[in-house]
Design a binder for this molecule. Sequence first.
Ligand code: NAD
Length: 294
Amino acid sequence: MKLIDGRKVSEEIYQSLKIEVDKIKSAGGKVPHLAAVLVGNNPASQTYVNAKVKACEQVGFGSTLVKLDESISEIELLAAIQKLNDNTEIDGFIVQLPLPKQINENKVTQAILPQKDVDGFHPTNLGRMVLNLPSYLPATPFGIVKLLEAYEIDTAGKHCVVIGRSHIVGSPMSILLARNSNPGNCTVTLCHSRTQNLSHYTQQADIIIVALGKPYFLKKEMIKEGVVVIDVGISRVESSSTKSGFKLAGDADFDDIAEKCSYITPVPGGVGPMTIASLMFNTLLANRKEIYKD
Ligand code: NAD
């Protein structure tokens, strides 16, 4: 079994981004600038946004944090987004999800200019991804593709089972791995909460991407020998071995399945660090106007 080290791969991405920033600076150009919109006081959202701002500092990007009150109206939020769309200093921005109940997330996603949508959630970017046209790829699936690439994991002709069909992870992941590209060219089965006899599919899989948000869900009797397991799940579970009384758990039962896997990502330290690294990478693409050249 080989451990897929997301921290190491993300660190390599950060190093290459730093080099790009130095080149831009010495040529007298404008360094990439990412903005993040945080609505309300959700602790998990605050943690994610802070990590994104910190990553900008680490690679030398500019960053702007727009903090808005939990009670903001949809109209006010859409106006704040319009300001970011119009601000030429900002290359790309994200609106941290989830949003308060009074706000329609779809409306917000669609209000972001596709050229600045570095999360890759806008229908234009998702549509371009499906058509294999240049687009911002959603950060978590993009990070997983980069991990498969970094570890030279053969995907062509392999059977990949994706568990979970969210718009941000499972669905785009299934499309990316089915595309005619490398990594890609998989035969993909997308499983979800209505899938019957899930083990029937997972037992045949060469690659399993597990993204359903249920800690320790994937067990050894569900997989075959030599499978590659990419664990996206992040849940906080109680633990007697940590000071805080909690630890992070993935959707795979690592201790139970690791021996049977050819490759496996740990939680934490697998997919998580890659998500932010991919967002940074997308911000560089936005700065260079690489996706939308027109
Ligand atoms: P979600 O919560 O939006 O959706 C869960 C999906 O799992 C649904 O499509 C549902 O159909 C499916 N599902 C639920 N129960 C199932 C079952 N018993 N069998 C098969 N499928 C089932 O998912 P999400 O936003 O993609 O998040 C999934 C997990 O990934 C969460 O733990 C989340 O915290 C984590 N996550 C991690 C990162 C990262 O950077 N590592 C990024 C995004 C999400």
